[in-house]
Design a protein around this ligand. Sequence first.
Ligand SMILES: [Zn+2]
Length: 490
Amino acid sequence: MRSTAALALLLFLNAGVARPEVADSSANGFTVKLAFDIRATPDDVYRRLIGNVGDWWNPEHTFSGDAHNLYIEEKPTGCFCEKLPKGGAVRHLELLYLAPGSTLVFAGALGPLQSLAATGSLTIQLKASEGGTKLAASYAVAGYLPAGMNTWAGPVDGMLREQFTRLRDYVERGAKSAYKFEKVADGVYYAVAPAGGNSVVIVNDDDVLLVDTGVTPALGRELVDGIKSITSKPVRTVVNTHFHYDHTDGNQVFGPDVQIIAHDYVRTAMQTFDITHREPFQTYQTTTVPALIETLRHQAEGENDPAKKLALSVELARAEALPAQLLEVRPTPPTVTYQSAMILHRGSREIRLLHPGRAHTAGDTIVYLPRERIIITGDMLQGARLAYMGDGFFDEWVKTLDEIKKLDFDLVLPGHAGPFRDKGLITALQNYLTDAVRKVSALKKQGLSAEMAAQRVDLTAHAKAFPQIQGPGADIRGVRRIYQWLDENN
Ligand SMILES: [Zn+2]
């Protein structure tokens, strides 16, 4: 044990920690029981307890002095361990039993107890309650000590009380950011937004590069808060994959010390289009958000399971905040632009910004990490999800996707849906785009209006790759754009 950690425990002992609530104690052992109310769902508490132990465990109670060396393996016999310098390690506890979102049982003697002839069993139970979660922890320790094991009951009670208080505060504070961060490579995180477009966080040697900033300034701030749970390094660079609101509306939360980089067209579009009074922002504001609120309200009212009801009411409250948050948007264009390619060197990391051609918009950027073999594609390529097509360049989009196929990569991080590896989905999108233009063009030649064509066009042959196709018809905004594009090109 680090001397300061042992000292901290001794200080607890000497300070006679405010009336230890020890359930029972004898010369052979003792049991400490603790209860906490946490304003978050049991799933949230469980996730952060297991997955973010380094963020809430007091570093004073570690061997290395850095809680980020701790980790918990989520499996039976999983190690609650700590990495030490030069390949060293220490096992703090071992996971005996896990029921995600409800129960964890660990075996082992914590901290200084480890050097005594002592064993322990720590049971943590999480139950949904009116205000969130009731956490009940019970730590039973048995062993031999000349002075009696019960002399340790007070310090252990104090130490656990402190750790669980830290967990509670962390979960409640951390819950401010509804972003979920999925680590996909060393220092590369896919950030899943609670609404709108997803982002990618690239943690470099000295700083952070963020790809896309979220659907509102409020979510942009949450994203920045969430990044603080991953790293203390500052965001110094933002890249916008394209100008659409759900990828740029968080731009305004960054100060002048942060460079915002995008294709030339993104700056032009954000300066000259009135983007909060045009598509796709308008449909989001007037239709998508109200429909989302309605659906969530309905689901929350009809839900009987208290944990699910709480999760839905949290989601509903977030959705209800969106209309006001959208009014806060002040389109903030990039401060650095490029035309066809730009290579950034951030410490040892190489980040290439590529514009292989027009596609989803006239100014799409692919962010390519050659060493990590990752491409970040915005809305140009979303895997098994079809993008908004109202600003598309259809035949050029197909050619641009051909260029992307030439890059050397294994993993795609799109602006919506989630990471994927199946390159067959690129060809599936090319086929869809080609077929959509061919079929809409035929309907246009028959004299149909765009509205009629949008109802009539049958793209169900692509439903296997794109499950959102549920029957004939297509988004009117995309069909209108194809009509316009056909007029421009004939
Ligand atoms: Zn888009």
